[in-house]
Design a protein around this ligand. Structure first.
Ligand code: SF4
Length: 263
């Protein structure tokens, strides 16, 4: 098979995660660009991210809870578009429930930090750089400058907390962002802060040069395999109960002959 679509020009941390979970999923999402129906969890996440982006972009003194709540109608307009409403089958009651859940997350966020004290270098920061021949691209939720003058990557998580024995995977995406920051801004962030805003908990980890290099090496290796599979015209499927249960392409995949497990 030869793809009629061009290979994506760059690799983002989330697409890398797709590829590492299952190369076929990357093929569907990034090469063939098959539409993915909106999910309730992802929509709620986008909704909350939209509010935080606008809130943190405001002057420090204006980053109040009232201001955050005043941004909710804007999030409704921008996030709950026609396609999302159709995918989620949203009616008045389910829309109200979603807004209530998002508002509860916003309230929890205000128990975690006072945004008027946050000093940042940017929100929804778009970064692109070619490192080790690998074109990388990503959008950072927030890049803070802490009291010591160091850069801190801040990533909002609207889902549940990772297992207490969380492993390197929890930080893998953001560690690649650290390498992107270093290549683009000439300064490597010292720490990564994951804010589980639905749970009111934060986990942090320092960024070391060794880890940042390892993330780039892993992305470079994936990019080489992506180019190879693209040239070969097929990305292998790696069906497993754990991977497929979060995949939007189970029907397409089954139709192509892959034994996708029932979940
Ligand atoms: S359904 Fe499973 S095997 Fe198929 S693309 Fe998705 S994750 Fe991969």
């Amino acid at each position: 098979m030869t793809f009629s679509q061009a290979l994506p020009k760059s690799l983002s941390p989330s697409r890398l995660q797709d590829f590492q979970a299952c190369p076929r999923r990357y093929q569907y999402a990034s090469v063939e660009r098959l539409p993915q129906p909106a999910s309730y969890a992802a929509t709620k996440g986008r909704f909350v991210h939209h509010v935080f982006e606008k809130l943190l972009a405001a002057d420090a003194a204006e980053r109040t809870r009232d201001r955050a709540l005043s941004l909710v109608p804007d999030a409704v307009t921008h996030v709950l578009d026609e396609g999302v409403r159709r995918d989620l089958n949203l009616d008045e009651a389910s829309e109200t429930a979603l807004i209530d859940e998002a508002t509860a997350i916003i309230d929890t966020y205000f128990t975690m930090e006072d945004p008027s004290h946050v000093v940042h270098e940017g929100v929804e920061l778009r970064l692109a750089a070619t490192i080790e021949s690998t074109p990388l691209f990503g959008i950072l939720d927030r890049l803070d400058r802490d009291e010591a003058g160091d850069l801190v990557i801040v990533d909002y998580k609207t889902g549940g907390l990772p297992n207490r024995d969380y492993d390197a995977k929890t930080f893998a995406n953001t560690e690649l962002y650290a390498a992107l920051c270093e290549a683009k801004l000439g300064e490597r962030p010292r720490r990564i802060r994951l804010m589980y805003v639905a749970k009111g908990e934060t986990i942090e980890r320092p960024v070391t040069e060794v880890v940042a290099r390892a993330r780039v090496a892993s992305a470079a290796s994936a990019w080489e395999r992506i180019k190879l599979f693209y040239d070969e015209g097929a990305f292998p499927a790696r069906p497993s109960r754990n991977t497929c249960r979060f995949c939007a392409y189970t029907e397409t995949c089954r139709a192509s002959g892959v034994p996708v497990p029932e979940v």
